[in-house]
Design a protein around this ligand. Sequence first.
Ligand SMILES: [Zn+2]
Length: 197
Amino acid sequence: MSKESRKFKVPDELANLYDFANSLDVRHFTHHGVQHVQSDALTDPRELAAWMSEHGLLAVGARITPAMFDAALQLRTGVRTYLECDPIERRKDKDAIRPLSNALRAFPLVVEASNDRDMALGPARSDPLAGLSAIAAELYVGSVKGTLDRLKMCAAEECRRVFFDRSKPATRRWCMSTLCGNRMKTRTYRARHRNID
Ligand SMILES: [Zn+2]
C-alpha cells in the first residue's frame, strides 16, 4: 500500500492496481499559476523493477527483461483504457475489454490454498514478473466485490488520473471536485456565456 492510496482511502484490495494505473501521470493542467509536470514512473525495465520492489512485488535481486517490461506496459495500457470507460459501459465496450483481456493473458492466476488464511489468487508465473500478477488478482477481486466500479479515470482531459470514488451514489466524475470539477465547471460556464454574447 502506498502513501497515495492511503491518502485517498483506496481499499487495500485495489491499492496496487491504483498505483500501477497512476504510474503514468499525464496531468498537464495549471493550478495556481503552476503547470503540473507530466511523468512516467515506468520508462525502462529498471524502473519497473524499482516500482515492483517498492510495492513488495519483486524478489530481491530479480531482473526484469525487456520482454517482461513490454508485457507490463501492455497491462498498464489495458488497465487505463478499461478504467477510462464509464463503469456501466466497460462491461460491454469491446474496445475497453479487448486490450485488457489481451494483456492479462501474460498474467495467469492460480488458486492458492493455505491453512492460515482464506484462499487467494496467486501468480501462475514463477519468473521475476510473477509479482505483477497481483494487478490481475486485484482486478478480479475488485470486480467480484464491486469496488472496481468505483475505480475511475478523471473526466478532465488535462488530468486523467485514476481515483477511487467514495461518494455514496458513486457518480463522481472528477478526481477532486475542488480542482478538476471546478475547472471544468468554470469552462462550461464561460463557454455558455460566450454563446449568449
Ligand atoms: Zn482530475
